[in-house]
Each structure stands twice: as C-alpha cells, then as structure tokens.
Design a protein around this ligand. Structure first.
Ligand code: 4AD
Ligand code: MG
Length: 458
C-alpha cells in the first residue's frame, strides 16, 4: 500500500508542503460541523496526529460518513498544507475506509484510566500513552546496544532454558513435557524421563553463561528475557522481564561501578536526544519535572555508601519503618527509597552487603563477612541494578556454595572457569523495565510491557 509515514511528513514538512500525498492510519477523534469535518489521524509513526480537513462540498456524503468513526482505519489522499495551529494539515481529496470499526470499540473516549487499559492490553498500543511508552522502549533498547557496541562488548545470546538457578533463590519456572498426571516414585525418575533427561527451567539470569563467554571474549553483554516465579505483587515486579547483563574480565568492583554509571548516563542522554516529544509528553502527563530530573542525573555524580554505613543512616533517620533495620537484614524498598529519595536525593550505589543475604557467586571481602557487591538505587523505584565482583578463587567459591547446600556437581562447568585461568571479573544486571519506568516516570511496571506477566495473570 503506497503511502507516506506521518512522521516523515512532519519531519520534512517543507519538502511535502503543497504536494498531494497519501497517508494511512486510524481515526483517534473526529469533529463535524455544517461545512467541514475534522479527523485526527494517527499511524503509529509519530506521537503527533495528522489533522485531516474535509470540506464537505468537495466529497460525496457517502464517502465522508463511514470515515467519521473512532478506531476505523483509513487511506486518505490530500494536499499537505502548512497550518498555524498544527504545523501542517491535510486537505482531503479522497478517502477509503480500509477497516471499519463498530460502536463497541472500547477506546471511544480521549482519556482512559491505566487500570482500564490494563484489561485490554491488545488495544493499548492504539493510545497516545502506550505509543509513547513503546517509542521510548524501542529507543532505550537501541541506546543500550549502541553503548556496548561503541565500547567493544560482544552481544551474546545465553540460553533461555537452563538447568542452573543463578540467583539460588528458588524462583525458577519449570520447563517440562511430562504429562500433568505423571506419577513416579521419586524426583530422579521423573526428571530422567523428561525432555532433557534432567530438571529444566526458564532462566532467572544469563550471568553464569555470560561469565563463561567473558572468560574467552573479554567483554560481553546479554540483553534478553528473564523469568522469576516471584509472588511479589508490587508495581515493580513481573514474572517475565528483560535484563541487560554485561560481564567484564579483568575488572573489579570499582571498575564495574564506573562502567555502570557511565552506561546509565549514556542511555538516558541518548533517549533524551531521540525521544524529545515523548519525554515532554511524559513530563506533562505523569511526572512533572521529568526532563529536569533526567538532566540532573546526567550532571551529577551518583552517590556511594557502604551497606554498613547505610544501616547507620537508616537507624538515625528517625523514620518509622515497617521493617526495622539491623545489620544483616535485607534492605526493603522503604529503606532503599529513603536512602535514594530523602538522604542522597539522587541515584546511589550501596556497596559491600553481608554475604549471607547475597548470591553465592559474589567475591568475599577481606573482612570475611561482606561481599564486593552493589545495588544501584534510584528515586521513585529503588533497586534497578544488581552488581558484583565475582568470586574468582575456586576454593572460596566452593565454600560459598557448600554453605548454601548447593550441589557442586551441578555447577562443574561453572567451576571450570575458576580452575582454568581464573581472572578477576565483574558484571551487573539492569532491569530493563525498571529503567524504562525511571526514564518515563511510568508508575507501574505493568505499563511498560506489551503483555505483562504477573502472578495469577497470563
Ligand atoms: O538483582 P538481580 O536479581 O541480579 C541478577 O540477576 C544478577 N545475576 C545480575 C548480574 O550480576 N548479572 O536482578 C537484576 C535486576 C534488578 O536490579 C531489577 O532491576 C531487575 O533485575 N529485576 C526485576 N525486574 C522486574 N521484575 C522482577 N521480578 C525483577 N527481579 C529483578
Ligand atoms: Mg538484586
């Protein structure tokens, strides 16, 4: 179907002004008067609608009437002309209805609540809000690849089906082809007869395979879907999310913290440059001062505090937390948000957590109690990055695993990386949807994904 994107028309307005063009799109709204009808047409290429002007004496009524319907799809010919109010408009000379739209189309109003839109995910991309979300989602993905490509990292694709639980938190979805009613005397027999001849699940993180790649390729990153069977019903948790995981050889915790800050600033800057209209829109629609917030992040140095110091700060804060703080406890969202929103008022790296509350693969510090790990916390969300230097010493790593009652034989290949030419290396995982929330101000992670997967909802 030969036609021109509305985005291209607006971008190259001068070139097209005065010419006859063909556009395709969906009717967002329309107005009718005695002599003129107006249609706001959107084709998904631009946040901005193209205003169609239909002079009623120029077209037969039977051509106009079926087009004045919210949601219907049109192909329109007309003269592209400058306009004071809209920049440009289309003076219509011919209309074809490509797809009609009956009255039960749910998006009749201009504004719908996000709660309502969550009940119709398949129609959400037809709203301005979600058009903007998915435009930034696209730009952010591209910015991420740009950063790593520019800095010499190799993009690797780690498996989605895996046998190893990277985070060791037992939140893996199982993958099986065994009949639902298969009965076995024990687990061993059940899994021996399963598709892979072993217990399999969906990956919670590509890190362990990413480490193997980094041991030969030097610097790598993954960017793929990860899955967690977490029952956390919050605005920041989903069961299927995308994660970016760089893994860097010859790199300690301080080095990786520098990389993480540089990376976050680069992708924010790139999105600001490539999605100015969307950022303005979100600033008006969701988060006042969004652009200033993002500019502030670019201009400042991220904060840094050790876990031990953070616990002191929280205890002295005078705040009534739902979960009291003691050294050794996991920081809850309320603690994270106090640190980043009220104490630092900017993104902050909390470092050197107690070994007991973190994953087995993190490097044990000289104190024997804490690990060389950090979480990056940001205002409004809390944790967006989980990061650490990895334990490169075979004996110490085995000890950490045994302490957690992990079966060493199940991790034989992983342990090989410490046996053969082990080097200091570090990496992190950025939650893509949480980053998207931070950049757009979107308040609920369910509104960053095309089809969000959460407990009890598929
Ligand atoms: O802190 P996490 O669990 O770290 C890892 O998985 C490491 N293996 C990463 C690494 O070092 N390569 O998860 C990383 C990030 C979190 O900081 C958070 O942003 C996001 O993933 N995340 C979630 N996002 C949405 N829904 C969930 N259920 C999430 N769980 C983690
Ligand atoms: Mg974490």
């Amino acid at each position: 179907m030969k036609h021109t994107d509305i985005k291209i028309l607006f971008e190259s307005g001068e070139k097209y002004a005065g010419t006859t063009v063909t556009v395709c799109g969906w009717v967002r709204t329309w107005r009718d008067s005695k002599s003129i009808a107006f249609i706001e047409l959107n084709d998904g290429t631009s946040l901005k609608n193209l205003q169609l002007i239909i002079e009623k004496d120029k077209l037969p009524e039977k051509e106009i009437k079926p087009a004045l319907v919210v949601g219907c799809a049109l192909k329109v010919d007309g003269k592209f002309i400058p306009s004071e109010r809209n920049g440009y408009e289309l003076c219509v000379s011919g209309i074809t209805v490509i797809g009609g739209c009956p009255q039960d189309y749910p998006l009749q109003k201009k504004h719908h609540t996000l709660e309502f839109l969550r009940t119709i995910p398949h129609l959400r991309p037809r709203t301005k809000y979600f058009e903007a979300v998915f435009a930034v989602r696209n730009a952010l993905s591209f910015a991420i690849h740009k950063y790593f490509n520019k800095n010499g990292y190799k993009y690797v694709h780690t498996p989605i089906i895996t046998g190893s639980d990277c985070e060791g938190a037992g939140e893996m979805f199982r993958v099986t082809t065994q009949p639902w009613n298969a009965v076995y005397k024990d687990e061993k027999g059940y899994f021996a007869d399963d598709f892979f001849g072993a217990k399999a699940g969906l990956t919670v993180s590509g890190q362990l395979e990413g480490e193997a790649a980094a041991m030969g390729l030097g610097k790598i990153y993954t960017f793929g879907p990860t899955f967690r069977a977490e029952h956390s019903n919050t605005t920041r948790h989903v069961a299927e999310f995308w994660q970016i995981e760089p893994e860097v050889s010859f790199c300690d915790l301080n080095d990786i913290i520098e990389i993480a800050e540089d990376f976050i600033k680069f992708i924010i800057k790139d999105v600001i440059e490539n999605c100015p209209e969307e950022i303005t829109y979100f600033g008006e629609r969701i988060e006042k001062g969004l652009k200033e917030k993002l500019d502030g992040v670019l201009a400042s140095d991220f904060g840094r505090i050790t876990y031990t110091e953070a616990v002191e700060v929280l205890k002295k804060s005078g705040k009534e937390f739902k979960y009291p703080v003691e050294w050794g406890c996991d920081l809850q969202t309320e603690h994270e948000r106090y640190l980043t929103e009220e104490y630092f008022k900017k993104p902050v790296f909390v470092t050197d957590y107690p070994a007991d509350i973190k994953a087995f693969y993190m490097k044990l510090n000289a104190d024997g109690k804490t690990v060389a790990a950090t979480d990056l916390l940001v205002p409004g969300i809390g944790e967006i990055i989980g990061c650490s230097e990895r334990e490169a010493d075979l004996k110490k790593l085995e000890n950490a695993m045994l302490k957690r009652k992990m079966p060493l034989e199940g991790y034989a290949e992983y342990l090989d990386s410490r046996k053969y030419g082990s080097v200091p290396h570090s990496g992190f995982g950025l939650g893509f949807e949480r980053m998207l929330m931070y950049i757009t101000g979107v308040q609920n992670i369910r509104d960053t994904l095309l089809y969000p997967r959460t407990v009890g909802s598929l």
